[in-house]
Design a protein around this ligand. Structure first.
Ligand SMILES: [Zn+2]
Length: 265
């Protein structure tokens, strides 16, 4: 009897020690997929692929009031799969262009931000993260966007930028701001995977390797999914996305929505 009590005590002690142990790094390395604009029907066709690899994505929707009831229903179906629906502006207005054109800042918040949030809320969505339009932002508009409306703002970075007389290239592992470090940051950048930047599987794999080695999350951004090859620059290859998802799975990486990055405990 005594031996059996001692045995149970030993087992209980081991279990309690196990419960008190905290992993060295609580957050698993991974990737976060984001998609912008209003390609709702095409995004919906990605559902089986995302499901196959256990990947959750964030869809940043703009011009929400122009969506058909069917498209709104499809967005609800995406949320049922665990995907996030974020905000991307009522009319897809670039904030700096708006200000340069003499637009009032208060009107920007009223029409572009609150206008979209109101329409989305009426349709049953509660967006809490926001994607800047056209990569335009200012520190003072960001301050109010974070204070009054959102938990996270996402911008864009590129490995290749085509300027009038020159193309600027950066290796994926050298772009620090596309890796989320779980440091509470609310202003982040995602790497553009559209064909405009000529990304390859091998480059994306380098990005996953950095994320794995640094316990961080590689953030990506695409617009329209291309299920068959085409030259369209602001669209991405679904085949490249699947190769990326395969590599992520082989490396044991976790998929995050953007809200999960800032709320990860
Ligand atoms: Zn956009």
């Amino acid at each position: 009897m005594k031996n059996s009590v001692l045995g149970w005590f030993a087992v209980l002690s081991i279990l309690m020690i196990g419960c008190n142990e905290r992993p060295e790094n609580q957050h698993r390395a991974g990737y976060a997929l984001t998609f912008d604009d209003r390609y709702v029907e095409e995004w919906t066709k990605l559902r089986p692929l995302l499901k196959k690899y256990g990947a959750k994505a964030t869809f940043y929707v703009t011009q929400f009031d122009s969506l058909s009831p069917k498209e709104v229903q499809l967005l609800h179906e995406l949320t049922q799969d665990g995907h996030e629906i974020g905000a991307h502006g009522a009319a897809h207005i670039r904030v700096l262009d708006w200000l340069r054109g003499g637009g009032a800042l208060d009107d920007f918040y009223k029409f572009e931000i609150e206008g979209e949030l109101n329409v989305m809320r009426k349709a049953g969505f509660r967006p809490v993260t926001f994607a800047h339009v056209g990569g335009q932002q200012t520190w003072w508009t960001d301050r109010r966007l974070l204070r009054d409306y959102f938990k996270l703002l996402r911008d864009v970075s590129m490995t290749e930028r085509h300027l009038p007389f020159i193309t600027i290239r950066q290796p994926i592992f050298a772009i620090d701001d596309i890796y989320y470090q779980f440091d509470g940051s609310q202003k982040v950048h995602a790497l553009l995977i559209d064909q405009y930047t000529n990304l390859t599987r091998s480059q994306l794999k380098d990005g996953l390797i950095r994320a794995k080695n640094t316990h961080s999350v590689l953030m990506l951004l695409g617009h329209r999914p291309l299920f068959t090859p085409s030259e369209e620059p602001y669209a991405f290859s679904v085949q490249l996305l699947e190769e990326f998802l395969q590599d992520g799975q082989r490396m044991g990486l976790k998929s995050y929505t953007m809200l999960e990055l800032v709320t990860a405990k």
